[in-house]
Ligand binder design. Sequence first.
Ligand SMILES: Nc1ncnc2c1ncn2[C@@H]1O[C@H](COP(=O)(O)OP(=O)(O)O)[C@@H](O)[C@H]1O
Ligand SMILES: [Mg+2]
Length: 269
Amino acid sequence: MAARDLTLRMRRKVILDQVDFSARAGQVTAIVGPNGSGKTTLLRVLTGEIAGQIDPGGSVTMGGVDVTRAHPAVLARRRAVLAQQTALSFPFTVLEVVRLGAEGPGGEARALDALARVDLAHYGGRYYQELSGGEQQRVQLARVLAQLEEPVGAHGPRWLFLDEPVSALDIAHQLQVMQIAADFARAGGGVIAVMHDLNLTAMYAQKVVLLQQGRCLGAGPAEAVLTDDLLSRAYGCPLRMGVAPGTGLFLLPQSAQITHVPSALDIRS
Ligand SMILES: Nc1ncnc2c1ncn2[C@@H]1O[C@H](COP(=O)(O)OP(=O)(O)O)[C@@H](O)[C@H]1O
Ligand SMILES: [Mg+2]
């Protein structure tokens, strides 16, 4: 999928400023950046939700489909979206929520399978509103998974768009959800996820798009974007990535106070 020269204004304020990058199916692409940097807005453009509002000259294509003009039904077969917040005002059960995504024959089976994948196999009959925030987030992920059948369909790869999919989750469920995203990509689908946790980003994303005040500070392979310089500039505080043998890049949350973090060379030697 390719985003070219995306500029978007809201109330005359520039929210996205000439953002330009591409993402490949078969990979997890993370969108990172500080609060208010435009991550959610960018995701909503990529999914088609507000693609019509970009300035002329910009474009978003998904497998050859012009997202700014595509029919919602066409998009619904090719991509699914986990929003940052989902408010439900009716007393739906968990299974009803997941079934909202799973239409057609086999929908019920897909919904039950998706619930099992997010560790909520026995929650189908419970009321969504009575679940914890983290459980609700996993129900929403199940809904998204149930919407898409296989990671690759007749028209090519399907795409998962996830806006902070692990923000309310404990560490075990964070890893489980990121693994579901990684498996989807390994099976040939595309994943674009807005992430706050830079360690999970380093673990799971092959590609990273780094936003600051609506501009793209870096877009490319994770190792090229998750650098001390780019991250420190984007987040406005000193940040240092390290390299752990075997597990790759990591960032210590308290590293701003640490005077010496072993560099990649120290560890390797
Ligand atoms: N509907 C809107 N109207 C006006 N400004 C908006 C709207 N949505 C988002 N913004 C502004 O755009 C900026 C980026 O928001 P957002 O994309 O939600 O950031 P992020 O997800 O990176 O935290 C913020 O300054 C926010 O206030
Ligand atoms: Mg956001």
